[in-house]
Structure formats: structure tokens, C-alpha cells
Design a protein around this ligand. Structure first.
Ligand SMILES: [Zn+2]
Length: 280
């Protein structure tokens, strides 16, 4: 445990980059070999667009990283935050800390983005993707990357997270988001067993269905139980899903970097009202 913490306290930049590139490459290859939905779109163009937004996400986080470093140092020195206040062994600190970081910085941040209109205007860019695959994972408008960064910083203070915990959290969060967005077909037994603890692709896909109420379910990133605890869990037949978001279905509105960058500033678009309930 001590060695793991030592490693994550000083996780080298090349190792972090390797996780980003290696994770993407791994799921990209599996998608090619065992896709759930046939890949019948211009994959190169789609990947290029999503990698642009992955790059802006990396840049925003890199530029603001010093804030995280200082926040972690502050909570550690002042013994501030939940895992600092409650005495527990190191391994428990790591597990409880990881769970709470996932709850506040991912699940709750994501839930808020769906319920506060101006935040939704940024987050909707992620939902405009009509071909969800592993490259969709970090398709975030730079404005959304800033919003998520603020939630992560707040979570550090609430949790009392040391820097090693943030490196563990960010590494797990990255790999899990690449995994749960990937277009891979998995055997039911594997999916069901993993879903007892983690968010699998089968669980997350419904969140990318084009209309509510389905798009307002399964907000989770690392752990699957937050949605079950807070009543936002759903399970549907993935084959019936239609990706995208009803307010931006027109191709020209979301197939170029410039159009996507403009979306948050076009004003709030009311979700479409449907006559009939949809049962998936
Ligand atoms: Zn969402």
C-alpha cells in the first residue's frame, strides 16, 4: 500500500499520458474487433473531432493543475476534510476517498450539469455525439472542463484528499470513462458482474439516448452504485438506443469544431415534448 501511495504521490507525466493514449488505443482496438453497433460512420473524422476536445480538456486541466496541487497540500497540512477527520487505516482512506471523489466530482457534478440550464448548454456538446465510442469520453467543451475542474477542487476540500488520492482518482476516472463510452459488445455474465461495482458500457449508453427521461439516468463514472442509491439508475436494451440529443439532431450543428464551440452561446434549447411515453 505504501509503495502504491508513494508511486501516486509523484506519478510522472509520461505515465499519465500513457494512460490517456494507451486506454484510448486499447478500447479503440476492441471496438474494431467486437463492436456493439456496426461502425458505419467516417471514423477518422469523428475521432479527429473528439480528439480535439480531448486535447482542450487536457490543456485546461494542465493549466489549472497547480490549483489542485495547492488544495491537496492545504487539506493535508491542516488536516481538513472527511478522510482527515475520521481515523482509519490507509487502505480505507484510499477506498473511501476514491468513492467520495467519484460521488462529488463526477456523479454530482454530472447531475448538476443536467439540471442547471447554463451548465447544460456546455455539457450538451458531449451529448451531441451520434456515434458514441471510446473517443466520446473526453469530448467536453473547454467551458465544461472548467466547470468539472471547479467541482474536483471543491471535492478535494470536502474529502480532504491528498495528492496521491487525486492521482489515483484521475487515473481510474480516465480509464473508466474511456471504457464505459466504448462501443464494445461484452458477454452478459461479464457485464453483469462488473456492473455490481463499476459503470460498464452497457450501463452508461442509455445516458446518451437522444431524449429524456433516459438521458437523465445513469450519471455514474467509476462506481455503479451511486445511481442505484440516488434513484437515477436504468437498464434498457442497448440495441434500441438512438444516440444524440433531440435539441441538436441536425448534422451541420455538431459536425465541426467551430459549431460545437459555439453551442453554449446559442442560448438554452428546451427539450422536445413528446406526446407518447417511450418504453425502451
Ligand atoms: Zn450527461
Amino acid at each position: 500500500m505504501e509503495t502504491i501511495i508513494q508511486y501516486f504521490s509523484e506519478m510522472p507525466v509520461p505515465h499519465r499520458s500513457f494512460l490517456l493514449v494507451g486506454g484510448l488505443a486499447l478500447f479503440f482496438i476492441i471496438e474494431q474487433a467486437a463492436p456493439l453497433f456496426k461502425i458505419n460512420y467516417n471514423r477518422a473524422k469523428h475521432t479527429g473531432l473528439n480528439l480535439f476536445f480531448t486535447l482542450t480538456t487536457v490543456i485546461v486541466n494542465f493549466v489549472m493543475a497547480f490549483i489542485l496541487v495547492h488544495s491537496c497540500a492545504w487539506v493535508t497540512e491542516n488536516e481538513f476534510g472527511i478522510i482527515q477527520w475520521i481515523p482509519m487505516p490507509l487502505i480505507a482512506k484510499a477506498i473511501v476517498g476514491l468513492m467520495l471523489m467519484d460521488l462529488i466530482a463526477a456523479w454530482f457534478a454530472h447531475w448538476v450539469e443536467h439540471h442547471v440550464k447554463w451548465m447544460w448548454q456546455f455539457h450538451v456538446v458531449h451529448h451531441t455525439d451520434q456515434h458514441v465510442d471510446t473517443t466520446t469520453a473526453n469530448r467536453h467543451h473547454p467551458g465544461e472542463s472548467v466547470i468539472r475542474f471547479i467541482f474536483t477542487t471543491a471535492a478535494i476540500f470536502i474529502v480532504g484528499a491528498p495528492i496521491w488520492l487525486i492521482f489515483i482518482y484521475q487515473s481510474a476516472s480516465l480509464v473508466l470513462t474511456q471504457f464505459n463510452h466504448s462501443n464494445i459488445k461484452m458477454p452478459t455474465w461479464l457485464d453483469r458482474s462488473l456492473e455490481l461495482v463499476f459503470c460498464t458500457p452497457n450501463m452508461h449508453r442509455v445516458h446518451h439516448h437522444y431524449r429524456q427521461p433516459y438521458s437523465d439516468t445513469n450519471y455514474g463514472n467509476i462506481f455503479s452504485f451511486w445511481d442505484k442509491i440516488f434513484g437515477t439508475y436504468s437498464r434498457v436494451d442497448n440495441k434500441k438506443l438512438l444516440y444524440g440529443v433531440d435539441t441538436y439532431m441536425e448534422g451541420k450543428e455538431h459536425k465541426s469544431i467551430v459549431e460545437l464551440l459555439k453551442i453554449p452561446f446559442l442560448g438554452y434549447r428546451q427539450p422536445v415534448e413528446y406526446d407518447k411515453e417511450e418504453v425502451l
